[in-house]
Design a protein around this ligand. Structure first.
Ligand code: NAP
Ligand code: G4F
Length: 354
């Protein structure tokens, strides 16, 4: 029998963060339980490397079917697993899509949190709870850089739902003396990032263009700015939050901000292109100065009804209280993602780019 140090339950284990957190906790000696959704196609690609045959006994990774929209499944899983720590990373996490499916987004991202909190509360167990809050909650920012005391000003159904979750977590912490930590995480990316988020779309798209697999890359707003960090660094911060004596809320960020335009220019430069821009608004294009080839065009469908123009985080509190700070800055992150694009295609970046 393996002796696990603790049991953790991850909602959203099949996502970018959930998969890195599972790796991290297993490495620490946890038994990790994860909630997965019923899907008509496989949704476990990101955890394939740690997946174990369900017939094996005493597994380090145990998966359960459940859904944040189904309170009874959450109650049953919490009761059956009795976890020491619960990480709520489950969400409809795409901001643009939240404008298309607002009710569903709010049901999962706001009410889903409440359902999960009730399941934890009703279990009566001394569970430590992590809530995946977002820098999107700062929205049209009222202060720069943004820190724990900066007021929220959400600009999307997604962000409104996350604000609800943030405050209901605080309310349950105060009302029922539960150990609940709110992370306020700025954008974090990785090779495991969903393909419709801008860093993955740009790194994958430009590598595909270089390899002749794609003609052009369509994007939306090039001028919004984000504080982009590395997901693998950020899941460690989640764990640190649950190891403190007292529960609290923490901003997790790199302290650097870059525009989507800079993201495109830097990624392109790694691939030997030099981007120049021509035109305005929907007519703007990005082309390679040396060859004249058009690489980037704008498609209005990627614009949002309301945009968050600038995010820049101040993670001083996390550094002082958790001893956490980012290890990976923007340029290292983008290089790492580009290198991985080549690796996934069986190619070596350094060889190819020589
Ligand atoms: P992600 O890759 O989109 O993963 C989301 C996870 O939630 C997936 O496992 C997904 O399952 C699951 N999920 C979706 N709907 C669900 C439902 N109804 N019930 C149960 N699970 C459901 O997101 P991520 O980037 O890892 O982010 C993790 C969490 O952090 C999310 O809550 C996100 O909103 C928040 N966050 C992310 C960032 C960031 O920059 N990445 C920043 C701040 C906050 P399927 O695989 O089946 O779709
Ligand atoms: O990569 P994005 O879709 O990320 P966004 O909207 O900032 O949200 C991500 O980070 C949040 C934390 O702040 C999380 F809470 C959330 O779950 C998610 O992980 O877009 C980044 C920026 C936006 O300003 C967007 O308008 O890139 C701009 N953008 C420009 N062209 C594009 C595109 N975004 C996407 N997804 N696709 C484009 O073609």
């Amino acid at each position: 029998m393996t002796r696990y140090i603790k049991k953790a339950l991850i909602i959203g284990i099949t996502g970018q963060d959930g998969s890195y957190l599972a790796d991290f906790l297993i490495e620490k000696g946890y038994q990790v339980h994860g909630i997965i959704r019923r899907s008509s196609s496989f949704n476990t690609g990101r955890i394939e490397h740690i997946y174990q045959d369900p017939h094996e006994e005493d597994k380090k990774l145990v998966l359960h079917y459940g859904d944040l929209s189904d309170g009874s499944s959450l109650h049953n899983i919490i009761k059956n697993v009795s976890p020491d720590e619960v990480y709520n990373l489950g969400a409809q996490s795409h901001v643009r899509v939240s404008f298309d499916i607002p009710e569903y987004t709010v049901d999962v991202d706001a009410l889903g949190t409440l359902r999960l909190l009730n399941a934890v509360k009703d279990s009566g167990l001394p569970i430590r709870f992590y809530q995946a809050g977002s820098s999107e909650m700062f929205g049209k920012v009222l202060e720069t850089p943004q820190k724990e005391t900066t007021p929220f000003n959400p600009q999307s159904p997604y962000a409104c739902a996350k604000v609800f979750s943030h405050f209901i977590c605080k309310n349950y912490r105060d009302s029922y003396k539960m150990f609940i930590a709110n992370g306020i995480l700025f954008n974090h990316e990785s090779p495991r990032r969903g393909k419709t988020f801008v860093t993955k779309k740009v790194t994958e798209g430009l590598v595909n263009i270089l390899l002749g697999k794609q003609e052009i890359l369509y994007l939306g707003n090039l001028d919004s700015k984000r504080d982009w960090g590395y997901a693998k660094d950020y899941v460690e911060a989640m764990w640190f939050m649950l190891q403190q004596d007292m529960p609290d809320d923490y901003v997790i960020a790199t302290g650097e901000t870059h525009s989507v335009r800079e993201l495109v220019e830097y990624t392109a430069s790694l691939l030997g292109y030099e981007i120049e821009w021509k035109g305005n608004g929907l007519e703007e294009i990005g082309f390679d100065k040396k060859s004249g080839r058009e690489l980037i065009a704008i498609d209005s469908k990627y614009y949002r009804p309301a945009e968050v123009d600038l995010l820049l985080g101040d993670a001083t509190k996390a550094k002082e209280k958790l001893g956490w700070e980012t290890k990976t800055k923007f340029k290292d992150l983008i290089l790492l993602m580009v290198q991985e694009e080549f690796k996934e295609k069986g190619l070596d970046f350094n060889e190819y780019i020589k």
